[in-house]
Structure formats: structure tokens, C-alpha cells
Write a protein that binds this ligand. Structure first.
Ligand code: NAP
Length: 316
């Protein structure tokens, strides 16, 4: 595994990180989740990305991670970068959602209890909340770091102008924003155009999520929607998003990937790494998928011709 510095910080992250949004909750088989975590670790994936609400049920991905860490990887805590977040709905009432100081600090405390960790390496504001002053949200991150509950502060899903305000506030508070987390993939390039340059100009890292468009940029749906797949669960990837056009695009990309000697998933991850992002957070539902994805790191350079062919494909 190779590691890249997160912006101008001293923190290095692996090219491929593992996310626990899906497939690590209480409704998923624990043994598969454990095998994936151990496999990632064996392959040099030192960064595990979680959030308070990951499951389902919300909170249980943090519990799964904590259990595996305690039972199998406890000796390696200092070799890992573990992130969590708060920003989306987590509990009822006015204090379990958004960007208030009350929510972020209570949620961070809950996440520490669920994982059994003494501290997170990165704690994120999961999204911009237009109803809370940005200064309040950023000061909560500063205080979480100052209290030793996290080592670094991060932001996710902030529009570019608000992203800049975060960098300014955190820099002045001497808790610089170590990283921004954004959705980016071959079918969704907006954040690479809008947010990546702002991160780079501020010396902050940039980590991409949903690099495989939740499975669309793989061979997962070429022959229909398989049982147990994310689209079959109809929650975040809906069956109607698996359109004939999306499948045709995946087939065209798959042909380019095959010429490069890669799977489509590998090429999709490599394409992001070629854009000079810090790391790519992959999801997986099996060790085989994860292994496929990690092997993207063996070829992350593209010819101009390949880039033109990949980027000229139109997405709805
Ligand atoms: N900050 C945020 O707001 C935010 C939002 C979303 C995600 N994230 C982070 O980013 C991580 C990754 O997001 P994501 O899960 O959407 O990423 P993704 O890598 O685009 O999608 C993962 C899904 O694609 C399928 N897949 C993965 N590898 C495959 C392979 N080699 N071959 C065939 N299918 C494959 C699997 O679907 P099946 O399950 O159907 O097998 C897997 O669950 C999350 O876990 C989370 O940590 C952050």
C-alpha cells in the first residue's frame, strides 16, 4: 500500500480506505464484516471511515468496528486512522441532527462509547447546516480536538463557499481542517471541479466517497439486480437508478478497463487517484470485492486517450 499526505498536514492516508456505511451493521453478518476489516488491515488499509448513523441500525457499524478492534486488532490501535462524523439525523428531537454544538459534542461522546475508543483520529462535521452558524459548528470541532476526543478535524459535503469559511475558521483556531470528504466518481465529477481546488488551495486533504457510484461502476448490475445487492435493498441506491443507459455506460467503461488489464471497479478507483485526491473510501460487501478494489493501486496512471474516452461518457 502507498500512503499520501493529507494536504499540508503530517497525516498520511492509504490510497484505498475502507468505509463502513453499509454491510457492517447489526443486520449484516458479523463474520463477513470482521473478515473484511481484517483483510483490509492485512493489505495495508490503515484508515477506517465510520459515522454515528452507519448501520443499519444506526450506531451499529461503530459497535461492529469496536468489537473487531477489541477482539482482533487492539494491539494495532496506534497504527490506524479511525474517523467518525455527526451531521445527519441520529436521534429524535432538536439535538440529534444538524450542526449544533450540542449535537456534535453529544454525538462524538456516544460514538466513542459505541466503539470503545478513547479518541477518534478524525472527527467530521458530516454536512453543512444552514440553520446553525458555521462558527458554532467549527468551534465544536475545535473543542472536540482540544478535549482530546479527536486528533484532527474534518468537514464533509460542504458547498465550496462554506468550505472556505471552515478552512478560515479552523486555521485561525490552530486546528486546521485536515481533510474534506466528498462524493466523487466517474459518473459524478462536480466535487472534483468545485471542492477539490478549494481544498488544494488551502493545503487541506480531499477524500472521495462512493467511488463506485454504490456499485454502478462495477460489473454488479450488468445482468440485472442481484439479491442482496444495495439496489435490491432499495434504500440509497434505488432500482430505478440502474437504468439501461447506466448499464451501457458501465459496459463501455468495462471495455476500457479490460484493455488496461483492470476490472471496472479498479479503473474507477484508479481514475480518482489519478486526480491527485488524498485517498478513496471504498465500500464492499465481501472480501472478494474488497480485494478487487485494493488491487486498483497497481495501475493508477492513464493516457490522454484513455482519459478522453472515460470522461466523454455522458451520465444522466
Ligand atoms: N460523508 C458522507 O456523506 C458519505 C456518504 C456516503 C459514503 N461515505 C463513505 O464512503 C464509503 C464508501 O461509500 P459507498 O459504499 O457508497 O462506496 P462504493 O465503493 O461506491 O460502493 C460500494 C458498493 O459497491 C459494490 N461493490 C464494491 N466493490 C465491488 C466490486 N469490486 N465489484 C462489484 N461490486 C462492488 C458493493 O455493493 P453491494 O453491497 O450491492 O455488493 C458495495 O457495497 C462509505 O462506507 C462511507 O464510509 C461517506
Amino acid at each position: 500500500m502507498e500512503y499520501r499526505f493529507s494536504g499540508h498536514s503530517g497525516l498520511q492516508l492509504p490510497l484505498v480506505s475502507l468505509g463502513l456505511w453499509h454491510n457492517f451493521g447489526s443486520e449484516d453478518p458479523f463474520d463477513v464484516a470482521r473478515d473484511m476489516l481484517l483483510h483490509a488491515w492485512d493489505r495495508g488499509v490503515t484508515h477506517f471511515d465510520i459515522a454515528n448513523n452507519y448501520g443499519p441500525a444506526p450506531g451499529t457499524a461503530e459497535m461492529t468496528f469496536g468489537k473487531v478492534l477489541r477482539e482482533d486488532l487492539a494491539a494495532h490501535r496506534d497504527e490506524m486512522i479511525i474517523s467518525s462524523k455527526a451531521g445527519y439525523w441520529m436521534w429524535d428531537g432538536p439535538y440529534g441532527d444538524g450542526g449544533s454544538r450540542k449535537y456534535l459534542i453529544s454525538s462524538c461522546d456516544q460514538s466513542l462509547r459505541r466503539t470503545g475508543l478513547e479518541y477518534f483520529d478524525i472527527f467530521y462535521s458530516h454536512r453543512y447546516d444552514p440553520n446553525t452558524p458555521i462558527e458554532e459548528t467549527m468551534q465544536a470541532l475545535v473543542d472536540i480536538v482540544r478535549a482530546g476526543k479527536a486528533l484532527y478535524a474534518g468537514i464533509s459535503n460542504y458547498p465550496a463557499d462554506k468550505q472556505q469559511e471552515c478552512y478560515n475558521y479552523l486555521r485561525e483556531a490552530h486546528v486546521p481542517c485536515v481533510i474534506g470528504q466528498y462524493k466523487a466518481n466517474i459518473a459524478y465529477k462536480e466535487t472534483l471541479e468545485q471542492n477539490l481546488p478549494v481544498a488544494q488551495a488551502n493545503g487541506s486533504g480531499f477524500i472521495c466517497f462512493s467511488p463506485l457510484a454504490q456499485g454502478l461502476l462495477t460489473n454488479r448490475y450488468l445482468n440485472g439486480i442481484p439479491t442482496g445487492s444495495r439496489a435490491s435493498k432499495n434504500v440509497f441506491l434505488r432500482p430505478e437508478q440502474v437504468t439501461p443507459e447506466a448499464i451501457a455506460n458501465a459496459q463501455r467503461l468495462g471495455a476500457i478497463a479490460a484493455e488496461r488489464g483492470q476490472s471496472l471497479a479498479q479503473m474507477a478507483i484508479a481514475w480518482l487517484l489519478a486526480k491527485n485526491v488524498t485517498s478513496v473510501i471504498v465500500g464492499a460487501s465481501s472480501v472478494a470485492q474488497l480485494e478487487d478494489n485494493i488491487n486498483a493501486i497497481h495501475n493508477i496512471t492513464f493516457s490522454e486517450e484513455e482519459l478522453r474516452a472515460i470522461e466523454s461518457i455522458k451520465w444522466a
